[in-house]
Design a binder for this molecule. Structure first.
Ligand SMILES: CC(C)(COP(=O)(O)OP(=O)(O)OC[C@H]1O[C@@H](n2cnc3c(N)ncnc32)[C@H](O)[C@@H]1OP(=O)(O)O)[C@@H](O)C(=O)NCCC(=O)NCCS
Length: 173
């Protein structure tokens, strides 16, 4: 599968992408608001891509690499986790390498993937959890047409500390 945007394409990652994923994930700012470990090793990238390939077979998750159109390098990931075919919903997650922030790339990636999931995969609801202080992330969601549905208090435990999360969603209609 390949979904084409202006500056980026979305495509499945392969083990050949382990170098670029390992390079860009070795950044504390990527791990700050995600469950991506820090420090991040080449083996972490290999394990992650292997998991993406397995999940694709079972269609429990759909993980897409964000490919730079010019260099063909993977510069981030976007995916739908916990795909529920009974209730027609899935959870959106994403990260983008720091050198590419602030260029509208994640907005493009979210629009492409949500359109595919709502129109081609026949899902009815795409939702996302975002920490209130991850302003860039919830601003991008709002620009992509997601609505804030509420605040989930003490929803995630990270390093022994409980964190609130906004719940955002976009519906087919
Ligand atoms: C959050 C993240 C995905 C944003 O990606 P991005 O490609 O830089 O975002 P975009 O350039 O598409 O931004 C779209 C809009 O969001 C807003 N925005 C983005 N980053 C922002 C920030 N740090 N502060 C305030 N607004 C921000 C801008 O208003 C922009 O709108 P504009 O075009 O009117 O300026 C990126 O910073 C990232 O990967 N962070 C680390 C991982 C992470 O937090 N993942 C999400 C976990 S929930």
């Amino acid at each position: 599968m390949q979904l084409n945007g202006q500056k980026i394409n979305l495509r499945y990652p392969t083990l050949d992408d382990a170098d670029s994923i390992a390079k860009y994930c070795a950044d504390k700012e990527i791990s700050e608001f995600t469950f991506i470990p820090f420090p991040y090793t080449h083996q972490d990238a290999v394990d992650f891509i292997t998991m993406c390939i397995e999940d694709r077979k079972s269609m429990t998750s759909l993980h897409c690499g964000i490919e730079n159109c010019e260099t063909k390098e993977i510069i981030g990931m976007i995916g739908l986790n916990s795909i529920n075919k009974i209730h027609f919903r899935g959870e959106l997650g994403y990260w983008l390498a720091k050198p590419f922030w602030g260029q509208g790339i994640m907005l493009d990636a979210i629009n492409i993937l949500t359109s595919f999931c709502l129109n081609e995969m026949q899902l009815e609801r795409i939702y996302a959890h975002v920490q209130p202080d991850n302003i860039g992330s919830w601003k991008v969601l709002e620009k992509a047409g997601f609505e804030r549905e509420g605040l989930l208090r003490n929803h995630f435990c990270v390093g022994g500390t409980m964190h609130d999360h906004y719940l955002y969603a976009k519906l087919k209609d």
